[in-house]
Ligand binder design. Structure first.
Ligand code: MGD
Ligand code: MGD
Ligand code: SF4
Ligand code: MO
Length: 695
């Protein structure tokens, strides 16, 4: 049997090097992790190991479809590609002439992380001056917090965990969401007794494997980090020489932290003083402490502050100086792409407005403050994302999609909730059905994923569709005339990463910068080369390009504390809404993907709410009982899962189940809020207060 090298395209920091068994020109067999890739190390998650089930799924969309019933009725009839593309182009041209180009909004995300198939849509939007896209659904809170301290989005080589004495997995359920982190951490424990610490809101699959588990109240990591830093200063565990040479404002920070004692934090975080001191001592006494920072703890209204505070711990101890020490959130800053061909960067008009991805509900329903002074959105062109399931404030999102005067085209692999709201649906290829290349967020490899089989039916890749549409829309750019392989090859060459032939031959490029750079020993990313303990949030608005772009949320930073602190902006519980809800990722789904596969559905069973036994008892709720969960934004019913691994007052719904899994026809995001968080916007998916009763 032939196994061919590829890469996992999914929105996951692991970006695994895959080997795919090709059974015939139309069929794949087994999928496994490449053993000779030093990060993947032969390990992949179980859902991708079963990928043939997704690729050869009977429910794949295989022809273009036109809506024939009411919006959202799910009634469609097959049409030809020419009919479909002509209709989309005519609608877009008409809307452009009636309302202006900004009334068309290309809306995409990371259903594929392929640099060409994901980002090529930007070439069309830039050339046509369609509305801009400010991406806030996933990383903006985490990255802005880290960047405020470090000035560059990169960190320590995750393979260095082999040298670490302590690995702190902070606010990421790595065993579920990026399995390779767990693989490297467990190896370090096996090989030389490294301690694994997990900081999370419930005893998830990762916490179950930890030597020390700290169960914080959601949204209080900033307080925990401050008290750790307080203890490090007080206990003489701060590296004064490091602080002097590599950081700015450490004196001000030390002074500021005098009141942030473990006792102060224990009240806020819901953990004991002893636990805080134990964790702080472990970090202070082991210079080779690796902070593996997750996204989870930043999906809170104070998430950027918390990230800045937690990441600052490594600068106090100076653990950056040691192999196996330091921190990693993401490595996107190590890649130096020239994406002009892919994204049409030479066609950017900075006067075009930016619309916030997470505020799609407000934007489609015409809330003026979200439109940045521009026209209403009259047409959507959607690739690689399923906002009718994954976007916050879902009741409002549905009202937006239901608008009769909104024209929606969705390019998809499956009949998702978003596709169901479309006027025209276009069938999309999967990753082994097209050529693409990938960078890795959680490590340092560039991969190529070749076209291995012919797609089912009439499926076309994102690149083909964008180029076909461009012709019909009179949009011209060099990138529209190149094949996928040509654009990949030329982009590699222009970016200084050799070329496609070499990438195919070498399987992947390992582009981890040297030790001095990865550990910021040459200096941090700011102009003064220092770690900043005092965050400059308005600088972040510049970095993210929102300041000058008619962006409505520029005022977000007014109240943000500059120094690490507990910022009291989270959606606290109160008498009416006594619980805090976290909507964490489920193991066998990946966002809304894999919800269509039978094996994933079987393993996840049905939507549940984890609730502490004492809370369940006081509400007279038994195991598997139906419970109604609600807040100001919406309500839904799930089944109770009574679990002592979640603290009293906190509930967890592992997500994202399809809307159809719920009696009322909309999923967990009816409970989450789309109000933007500072400094640059972002959805606080795990920051919700709710009330609960037996249904
Ligand atoms: N199986 C699976 N894998 C996935 C995904 C998936 O849906 N399923 N999603 C993919 C995507 S798009 C992404 S961005 C990554 C995300 O990967 P992660 O960073 O792991 O996921 P998050 O939702 O960001 O966070 C998960 C953890 O954060 C914890 N958490 C929530 N609030 C707090 C808090 O205030 N403090 C602390 N300390 N912890 C908190 C939750 O309890 C949960 O255990 O995973 C990717 N991989
Ligand atoms: N409650 C709650 N909501 C959340 C989160 C949470 O933790 N809790 N997490 C949030 C996060 S971090 C994220 S990133 C978002 C992600 O949410 P989505 O962007 O919806 O995520 P995916 O499921 O990764 O991908 C969406 C779609 O892309 C399609 N797709 C894949 N490849 C291709 C392709 O090549 N071409 C085309 N045209 N389509 C393709 C898939 O079929 C899939 O339906 O969800 C967010 N929503
Ligand atoms: S762990 Fe992540 S990158 Fe690796 S195969 Fe699974 S989804 Fe893909
Ligand atoms: Mo994400």
């Amino acid at each position: 049997m032939t196994f061919i090298n590829s890469a996992c395209p999914h929105d996951c920091p692991s970006t695994c090097a895959l080997e795919i068994e090709v059974l015939s020109p139309t069929h794949i067999g087994r999928v496994r992790g490449a053993k000779d890739n030093t990060y993947t190390d032969g390990v992949i998650c179980s859902k991708v190991a079963r990928y043939a089930e997704r690729t050869h799924h009977p429910d794949r969309i295989t022809t273009p479809l036109r809506r024939i019933g009411k919006k959202g009725s799910g009634k469609f009839a097959p049409i030809s590609w020419d009919e479909a593309l002509d209709e989309v182009a005519q609608k877009f041209l008409k809307i452009e002439s009636d309302y202006g180009a900004e009334s068309i909004w290309p809306y995409y995300y990371a259903g594929t992380m392929g640099l060409l198939m994901r980002d090529g849509i930007n070439r069309l939007r830039h050339v046509k001056k369609y509305s801009g896209y400010h991406s806030t659904i996933c990383v903006s809170l985490a990255w802005s917090g880290y960047l405020a301290g470090s000035g560059r989005m990169s960190g320590v080589d995750p393979r260095e965990m082999q040298k670490s004495d302590v690995i702190v997995i902070w606010g990421t359920n790595a065993a579920v969401t990026q399995v390779n982190v767990m693989n490297h951490a467990l190896k370090a424990r096996r090989d030389h007794g490294a301690k694994i610490v997990v900081v999370d809101t419930y005893r998830n699959a990762t916490a179950k494997q930890a030597d020390l588990f700290i169960a914080v109240k959601p949204g209080t990591d900033g307080a925990l980090a401050c008290s750790i830093m307080h203890h490090l200063f007080k206990g003489n565990m701060a590296d004064r020489a490091y602080l002097k040479k590599y950081t700015k404002d450490s004196d001000i920070l030390e002074q500021h932290l005098t009141k942030h004692t473990p006792r102060w934090a224990s009240q806020i975080c819901g953990i004991s003083e002893d636990e805080i001191i134990r964790l702080a001592n472990l970090i202070g006494e082991n210079k080779k402490t690796f902070l593996r920072l997750g996204y989870g703890f930043t999906r809170q209204r104070n998430g950027a502050n918390s990230m800045h505070a937690v990441a600052s711990i490594a600068a106090i101890t100076g653990s950056w100086l040691y192999e196996g020490g330091g921190a990693l959130l993401a490595n996107s800053g190590i890649y130096h792409w020239d994406k002009t061909l892919i994204e049409g960067l030479d066609a950017i008009d900075p006067a075009v407005r930016l619309l916030d991805q997470s505020r799609i509900g407000e934007i489609l329903t015409g809330v003026p403050s979200t439109l940045s002074g521009g026209p209403p959105v009259k047409a959507l062109f959607i690739q690689n994302t399923n906002p009718m399931s994954v976007a916050p404030n879902l009741n409002l999102v549905r009202s937006g999609f239901e608008r009769e005067d909104l024209f929606t085209c969705v390019h998809e692999q499956f009949m998702t909730e978003t596709a169901e709201m479309a006027d025209i649906i276009l069938p999309a290829t999967m990753f082994m059905e097209h050529d693409d290349f990938y960078q890795s967020g959680g490590h340092q490899h560039i991969h190529f994923g070749p076209k291995l089989i012919t797609p089912p039916g009439e499926c076309r890749s994102n690149h083909e569709v964008i180029c076909d549409l461009a012709k019909r829309l009179n949009a011209s750019h060099e990138g529209f005339n190149l094949s996928a392989r040509e654009i990949i090859d030329q982009t590699l060459v222009k970016s200084g990463w050799n070329n496609l032939e070499t990438l195919e031959k070498e399987k992947w490029f390992d582009v981890q910068p040297d030790f001095e750079t990865s550990h910021f020993i040459n200096g941090f990313g700011h102009a003064d080369k220092l770690w900043h303990f005092r965050a400059n949030w308005s600088e972040q608005q510049k970095v993210w390009g929102v300041e000058a772009r008619k962006f409505q949320d520029a005022g977000l930073i007014q109240e943000m504390p500059a120094l690490p602190d507990h910022w009291e902006v989270i959606e606290e519980s109160n008498l009416s809404f006594p619980f805090r809800l976290v909507t964490a990722p489920a193991r066998h789904f990946l966002n809304s993907s894999f919800t269509e596969t039978t094996t994933s559905q079987k393993r996840e069973k049905y939507p549940t709410l984890m609730i502490n036994p004492l809370d369940a008892k006081s509400l007279d709720i038994g195991q598997d009982d139906w419970i109604m969960v609600s807040n100001e934004r919406g309500s839904l019913e799930l089944r109770a899962n009574i679990f002592e691994g979640v603290n009293s007052g906190v509930v967890i719904a592992e997500s994202i189940w399809p809307n159809s899994a719920f009696k009322a026809g909309l999923g967990i995001n009816v409970l989450t809020g789309s109000d933007p968080s500072g400094p640059v916007g972002g959805a606080a998916f795990h920051d919700n207060h709710v009330q609960i009763r037996r249904a």
